[in-house]
Design a protein around this ligand. Structure first.
Ligand code: ARG
Length: 457
């Protein structure tokens, strides 16, 4: 028997049940559904649908169902369509008629939207906190690795020397923007749909402001059609996860390269690496590869939801039930990716000597050009002059740093003895002390700012 089958002459086909039931995945929303129903019982009591005693009985039974679920004592029936129906069935079984009054004036359409918004708010807060943990690991790295000068890469070619700390902090600030996207998605979910009924608004004048307060919503939906039909807040949450996933994937890619034998800049801790079943020597950065790989599903989940939504007119259609699995998947997987990345970053070791040995003298090329500019050359001309010097070094197979001032003067008479001072890694770093640059002062200022941002949460 179904709660809605009064007008039906025969039961659902079992394949239809299998196809249509969402209990296997929407039981994830059990806490939210119980919170939503408990608040609703209170609202119904205030308008006289429940006596005080009935409301108390229903509320206690709802809490007991939640407790039993956590203890693994609940078995869902194959006829339980979704978590809302399952809870209502159990409620009626436990308390009888009072349970049968609970669905007064509400629909699963406003109920599921309320549950989902509650879920999003809670889980995005968890993600926000996990992002902070990852940011803390990056600040720890930035402080620990402050003395390491490494080649900075563009196009994966050595470009200019940078502080390794500057690199770690670049990830910090990217994550800070991802954190804002998570916050915005949380605000988008922070509106109460309950009271909207199936489409037209509840026929019972429940206190929606009171419901919003009880359930912790800042706002109340203005339009009942919009409240039950919209899922743009799900897209916002999925987009925030996808964006965070892309950010983490890019840095995972870098660290995979840095951990290769060819680079050898970092070593991933054994606890976050795996071996090969065949090749005994292998140590693979699987943690980082999965961080990169999982990003595909975050983007996929966003795309999947957007594609589902685009064909759904107003208001509720069953298609909307497809909102849950991508959402649950994205939030839980984003959370684990964040937690793993935090540990990988906090525990990796930096191979300082290898990094120092890898700094190529050509990394001074821009400093040479800037030197000529300071002596009066137009930059384009200086660039060409230094390009010719590089060509000369390549042709003769000599290091840029072993070239003499006399040789340099053969390319431009603007070169003086002080040009030799350019060939210092510290000097090249110090030359970029501009705010936001890789100079030590700037990097220390970034660390202070990062700490300040973390204090704000
Ligand atoms: N399981 C449904 C969902 O998640 C609940 C809403 C069902 N509403 C309805 N009118 N059939 O979307």
């Amino acid at each position: 028997m179904k709660m809605w089958d009064g007008r039906f002459a025969k039961p659902s086909d079992s394949l239809m049940e299998q196809f249509h039931n969402s209990i296997s995945f929407d039981q994830t929303l059990i806490d939210e559904d119980i919170a939503c129903s408990t608040a609703w019982a209170g609202a119904l009591e205030r308008i006289g649908i429940f006596t005080r005693k009935e409301a108390a009985t229903v509320t206690a039974a709802l809490a007991a169902i939640g407790k039993d679920y956590r203890k693994g004592k609940i078995t869902f029936s194959p006829h339980d369509e979704d978590i809302h129906m399952a809870i209502e069935r159990m409620l009626v079984e436990r308390v009888g008629e009072a349970g049968a009054r609970l669905h007064t004036g509400r629909s699963r359409n406003d109920q599921t939207a309320t549950d989902l918004r509650l879920f999003i708010k809670k889980r995005l807060l968890d993600l926000h906190n996990e992002v902070i943990e990852l940011q803390q690991a990056l600040v720890y790295r930035a402080e620990t690795d402050l003395d390491v000068i490494m080649p900075g890469f563009t196009h994966l070619q050595q470009a200019q020397p940078i502080l390794l700390s500057h690199y770690w902090l670049s990830f910090f600030f990217l994550l800070d923007r991802d954190k804002k996207r998570i916050g915005n998605a949380s605000v988008a979910a922070d509106t109460l749909p309950l009271g909207s009924g199936a489409i037209a608004g509840s026929g019972f004048d429940v206190d929606r402001a009171g419901l919003a307060e009880t359930l912790g919503f800042t706002d109340i939906s203005d339009n009942s059609i919009d409240a039950v039909a919209s899922r743009d807040y799900v897209l916002d949450a999925l987009a925030a996860c996808a964006s965070l996933g892309v950010s983490m994937s890019r840095y995972a890619e870098d660290l995979i390269i840095f951990s290769s034998r060819e680079f050898g800049f970092i070593e991933i801790d054994d606890a976050w690496s795996t071996g090969s079943s065949m090749m005994p020597q292998k140590k693979n950065p699987d943690s980082l590869e999965l961080i990169r790989g999982k990003c595909g599903r975050f983007i996929g989940n966003y795309t999947r939801m957007a594609a589902t939504l685009k064909g759904v007119g107003l208001a509720y259609y069953k298609d909307l039930q497809e909102d849950k699995e991508p959402l649950f998947d994205s939030v839980s997987q984003t959370e684990i990716v964040l937690r793993v990345f935090t540990r990988v970053i906090a525990t990796l070791s930096v191979r300082r000597k290898r990094i120092a040995d890898d700094l190529h003298p050509f990394l001074f090329a821009t400093d040479l050009a800037d030197y000529l500019v300071r002596k009066g050359a137009p930059f384009r001309k200086a660039h060409r002059t230094v390009g010719r010097i590089i060509g000369h070094c390549l042709e003769r197979n000599i290091a840029l740093t072993s070239i003499s001032v006399d040789e340099l003067r053969g390319f431009s008479d603007l070169f003086c003895d002080d040009a030799m001072k350019l060939f210092s890694w510290e000097g090249a770093i110090a030359a970029r002390s501009i705010c936001g640059g890789t100079g030590r002062g700037s990097v220390k200022a970034q660390i202070s700012k990062a700490k300040k941002l973390l204090r704000k949460g």
